[in-house]
Design a protein around this ligand. Structure first.
Ligand code: NAI
Length: 335
């Protein structure tokens, strides 16, 4: 079967070519948009990444050119209009789990990088400035970390932080008994988590309900100098409100791997361009902000798994086999 693969990055090509040998891959660097959807003509299946546009009109265009199956190379599916896909008869499958450890480890790397001011320290040393002033951090041991979303990634973050000797608070509509028993995790409401945590880390999906979960109101509840980390989805955080929090010192440090408007920026080299996004421009002026461009998943193990699961999803669809990775619209409506 011919498969058009949008947003193919250099870092994943070898993994895709190795894992997907049963299909004819048409690897495109371009993103899927309304303008590029017609490039999929002749392919029954299309594969997309996190910043591709799979909104209703784009799906309609894909349907017109003969696409029947959408293979997401991601766990998150907030960029796909599942209702419209269902309506058009386009099946959608995702990679529900590739390496929760990869994202969890990157999350903790951001925490440590911010806390111990590693970027500043590194730059100083390269400049032959060996002074330590302004580099004071804090012990992670004994600190309270609030984890919002205790699914696959949140659980791994908790495991690592428990090893550091942190006290863990969690907020999730579904309590995980194993986390309570093994790591003494205390499930609390969001207000309590905000009030008591020294570090807050987000590991929940972006939905209509969770959009701007971190906003002026929740920031007001937080401890003075709190560290906030988001490696989930940019829209979980109102960045303008965070900037206010950083300006007053309420937020002591902010680390992100995702940004609400990242689709226009992340994964590409814009070093020759004039930055048009004033919000991220302001964010980048703070010394206590650490930004990576959606790379938490970027390990060999995760890329191998993404390619393998995408191959499995394509094979299941072609062979009319049941696939647990298929997204069913009704499921999404469940709380
Ligand atoms: P998961 O589905 O295993 O866990 C998500 C958890 O969030 C569930 O326990 C769920 O009950 C909880 N949840 C849902 N709505 C909530 C709410 N309103 N408040 C509190 N908790 C809520 O998902 P997983 O694999 O742990 O991934 C979490 C998120 O990480 C994904 O949705 C995705 O956005 C992000 N992600 C980021 C990557 C990166 O490279 N930066 C890579 C992969 C995922």
């Amino acid at each position: 079967m011919k498969v058009t693969v949008f947003s193919t990055h250099k870092f994943e090509r070898e993994f895709l070519n190795l894992a997907i040998q049963d299909h004819q891959l048409h690897l495109l660097e371009t993103k899927l948009t309304l303008d590029t959807a017609s490039l999929a003509a002749g392919s029954e299946a299309v594969s997309i990444f996190v910043n591709d546009d799979a909104s209703g009109p784009v799906l309609q265009k894909l349907k017109e050119v003969g696409v029947k199956f959408l293979a997401l190379r991601s766990a998150g599916y907030n960029h796909v209009d599942l209702q419209e896909a269902n309506h058009l008869g386009i099946k959608v499958a995702r990679v529900p789990e590739y390496s929760p450890a990869a994202i969890a480890e990157h999350t903790v790397a951001i925490m440590l990088g911010l806390n111990r001011k590693l970027i500043k320290a590194h730059n100083r040393v390269r400049d032959l400035n060996f002074s330590l002033d302004g580099l004071v951090g804090f012990d992670m041991e004994g600190k309270t970390v609030g984890v919002i979303g205790t699914g696959k990634i949140g659980s791994k973050v908790i495991r690592i932080l428990h090893g550091f000797g942190c006290r863990i608070l969690a907020f999730d509509p579904y309590e995980n008994k194993d986390l309570k028993n093994q790591y003494q995790v205390q499930y609390v409401d969001l207000d309590t988590l905000c009030k008591e945590s020294d570090i807050i880390s987000l590991h929940l999906p972006l939905t209509k309900e969770s959009k701007y979960l971190i906003n002026e109101g929740s920031i007001l509840q937080m401890k003075q100098g709190v560290m906030v980390i988001n490696t989930s989805r940019g829209g979980l955080v109102n960045t303008v409100d965070v900037i206010q929090g950083l300006k007053t010192g309420k937020i002591g440090s902010f680390g992100i791997d995702v940004y609400e408007e990242e689709a226009e920026l992340f994964f590409e080299d814009h070093s020759e361009d004039i930055l048009q996004d004033d919000v991220i421009a302001r964010l980048m002026t703070f010394q206590n902000v650490l930004i990576t461009s959606h790379q938490a998943f970027l390990t060999k193990e995760a890329l191998t798994q993404i390619a393998a699961t995408t191959s499995y999803n394509l094979n299941c669809w072609e062979n009319l086999e049941n696939n647990p990775n298929e997204l069913v619209f009704e499921e999404v409506k469940k709380p």
